[in-house]
Design a protein around this ligand. Structure first.
Ligand SMILES: Cc1ncc(COP(=O)(O)O)c(C=O)c1O
Length: 390
């Protein structure tokens, strides 16, 4: 019923994925599979709500309405079985601004924050740039799948007593959807060391068959006073350019601290169109999202099948969720420099370099498959050709 097949030109729309190609890859003729937004038209219901708001000729300062808070509660309850009071919600200009506010509210300069890497780079940059100490616990590959190294994590907690466990759930870039058992163990550690869990759940809606997103706030009620969840419609409904996200913070004291930080940075205002899009997404977008998930799931399968058949030596990590595919080109026996050269100058595709997610991940690249099938086909064909006789 919805169209995910048509290619849409983003020329002249300030799309970062396209405008930064020359600067990042040194050439314009790159097919971009990097920035985590999708090449699909936004759900008709959201476009309609936006156009109708734009028709009203006054775009003044905007407040958060009851209907928006209801929409956020409705979505969280329907999709993930999570309920909370409306005062737990704070609107923020982005998940990353929320992460910064959480870091400022819950820790002091010089204190440690632990993450699982490889990881979405801005999460690690936030730790560095706020003067906190980054403690990296490398994920490990077991049975072809990324797992949390709990033994190492326990040692790191003991050694560094981190104030915050900064979690990416589901995990960008490896596409893991953390299960209940893993979340329970993480939260146990946070409780035991009296720290806090800041859970970036921006990819929560993009989950594939047999997996289920469990919000950090739905694991252990007793621990909820130590948890901040950040979420938004920006990934799943492709509205990242509207700069709107929200935090869920059940504990009053933690929430006040978080809001004070936002005020200190003057980041407490809301984006008018972002709020309209968020409310429309959560009240009228579910059918579109369900269809999107079927399309993405088919893309994921298509990608796995072609790589298995035509580039079998390439190690790839079939994601449980997210539209991001983590590829290990090192298994082709080439140096990281040659891999990069081939991707950019032979295949002419733009992926995210694994080394930006962790120093240990040279030769890995992240591929965004939130694109029409024809674009995916073209990109994969170019990659397969470039690496087939290497
Ligand atoms: C894990 C994760 N967190 C946060 C963001 C960015 O969120 P925002 O644009 O709302 O700051 C992204 C975008 O790719 C992401 O993948």
């Amino acid at each position: 019923m919805f169209d995910f097949d048509t290619s849409i030109s983003r020329a002249g729309t300030h799309a970062e994925k396209y405008t930064l190609r020359r600067r990042l890859f040194g050439r314009e003729d790159i097919i971009p599979f990097w920035v985590a937004d999708m090449e699909f038209a936004v759900a008709p219901a959201i476009r309609k709500a936006l156009s109708s708001r734009v028709q009203h000729p006054v775009y003044g300062y905007t407040g958060v309405s009851e209907t928006l808070l209801d929409a956020i509660k409705f979505w969280n309850s329907k999709r993930y079985g999570l309920s909370f009071k409306e005062e737990a919600v704070t609107i923020v200009p982005g998940v990353m601004s929320g992460v910064s506010a959480a870091v400022f509210a819950l820790s002091e300069p010089g204190e440690s924050i632990v993450v699982q890497s490889p990881l979405y780079p801005p999460l690690m940059h936030t730790v560095h740039k706020t003067g906190r100490r980054l403690v990296e616990n490398q994920l490990i590959v077991r049975d072809g799948n990324y797992q949390i190294n709990f033994e190492k994590l326990e040692q790191l907690f003991k050694a560094h007593q981190p104030r915050i466990l900064l979690l990416c759930s589901p995990h960008n870039p490896v596409g893991r959807v953390w299960n209940r058992e893993e979340l329970v163990r993480l939260i146990e550690l946070v409780k035991c060391y009296q720290g806090y869990l800041v859970s970036d759940e921006i990819h929560a809606d993009i989950i594939f068959a047999s997996h289920r997103h469990i919000p950090a706030l739905a694991v252990d009620k007793e621990a909820n006073s130590r948890i901040i969840v950040l979420n938004s419609a920006s990934k799943s409904f492709n509205v990242a350019g509207l700069n709107t996200a929200y935090a869920i913070i059940p504990d009053k004291k933690v929430r006040i601290g978080f809001q004070q930080q936002l005020r200190g940075m003057n980041l407490h205002g809301a984006n008018l169109l972002g709020l309209v899009a968020l409310e429309a997404a959560y009240t009228k977008g579910e059918e579109w999202l369900n269809e999107l998930l079927r399309y993405l799931q088919a893309n994921r399968q298509y990608m796995a099948d072609r790589l298995n058949a035509e580039l079998p030596a390439l190690e790839h990590f079939f994601p449980d969720g997210t539209y991001l595919y983590w590829l290990n080109f090192n298994t082709l026996g080439l140096s990281p420099e040659i891999i990069k050269e081939k991707l950019i100058n032979e295949a002419r595709v733009g992926l995210n370099d694994g080394v930006t997610f962790s120093r240990a991940n040279q030769g890995f690249w992240r591929f965004n498959f939130g694109v029409p099938r024809s674009m995916l086909e073209k990109g994969l064909t170019r990659i397969i050709r470039a690496f087939s006789h290497s």
